[in-house]
Design a protein. Structure first.
Ligand SMILES: C[S@@+](CC[C@H](N)C(=O)[O-])C[C@H]1O[C@@H](n2cnc3c(N)ncnc32)[C@H](O)[C@@H]1O
Length: 236
């Protein structure tokens, strides 16, 4: 057995026995390019926290994270067993915290749900209406996040795969989705275009947002995360 195969096998055995909150924590660290060292001694809010698993795994390492979610269903099925971690029910659009409360606000695989416009079942929305709704909601979300961030604080988030496709035109077509399955080079170029457009979209709302690629072990070339630093001169 080659060394690579051996280490992959060991990884999957380890991951099978790993507690769920540790798996969630690893996904957060990987997707948002975070390290435990970076998180130490910061006051941190996780918006759209799901079960709160990241906060629970963090507590074990002396890192304090407050999980917030508008719908506590994941917490009810899994997270309520996570002891010693507070859980806040609330929406990211009206955060129940005082101004300048946090050094860091994180959000993993949740912002795309927050900003996706509520779909009225009686009426089909056009792609343009969906994009307009996403932009409107982003413009509402960001000032609220900035309000509770301390000066020089940071919002770090990803916007998910299907969220990205909505910010583009030809890349979101069904033909493109089909073609990328059999054409890795096309898939790579499409992912790069989508990432660039996503960044342009976000920067049109807040020019200081930057895009970063985490160390990628899975080969999923679409995953990027975004950083927004609250500069002292921003008025909101
Ligand atoms: C796919 S889950 C991600 C959970 C967690 N971040 C993780 O990575 O395991 C998305 C979460 O976002 C939450 N969410 C959606 N809209 C929200 C809003 N406006 N305010 C707070 N949470 C919201 C949902 O309730 C859901 O728990």
């Amino acid at each position: 057995m080659t060394e690579l195969l051996k280490s992959k096998l060991l990884d999957s055995i380890r991951s099978y026995f790993e507690p769920t909150d540790e798996k969630i924590a690893n996904a957060y660290l990987q997707d948002l390019g975070l390290t435990w060292d970076f998180l130490k001694d910061k006051s941190i809010l996780d918006i759209g926290a799901g079960s709160g698993g990241f906060a629970h795994a963090a507590k074990r390492r002396g890192v304090e994270i407050i999980p917030l979610d508008e719908d506590p269903q994941w917490w009810k099925t899994r997270g309520m067993f996570y002891k010693h971690v507070p859980y806040v029910q609330g929406t990211a659009f009206h955060l129940p915290f005082l101004d300048e409360s946090f050094d860091l606000i994180i959000s993993r695989e949740a912002v795309e749900y927050m900003v996706f416009p509520k779909v009225n079942e009686d009426k089909r929305m056009s792609l343009q209406e969906i994009r307009d709704g996403i932009e409107r909601n982003f413009r509402q979300l960001l000032p609220e996040v900035l309000r509770v961030l301390r000066p020089n604080g940071e919002f770090r988030f990803d916007i998910g795969v299907w969220g990205w496709a909505l910010y583009t035109t030809e890349e979101s077509s069904l033909q493109a989705l089909e073609k990328e399955k059999s054409d890795p080079e096309f898939r790579k170029q499409r992912a790069e275009k989508i990432a660039q457009r996503s960044l342009e979209f976000l920067q049109s709302i807040y020019p200081h947002i930057t895009m970063h690629t985490p160390p990628d072990e899975t080969g999923d070339d679409r995953k990027n995360y975004f950083r927004m630093i609250k500069s002292c001169t921003v008025l909101y």
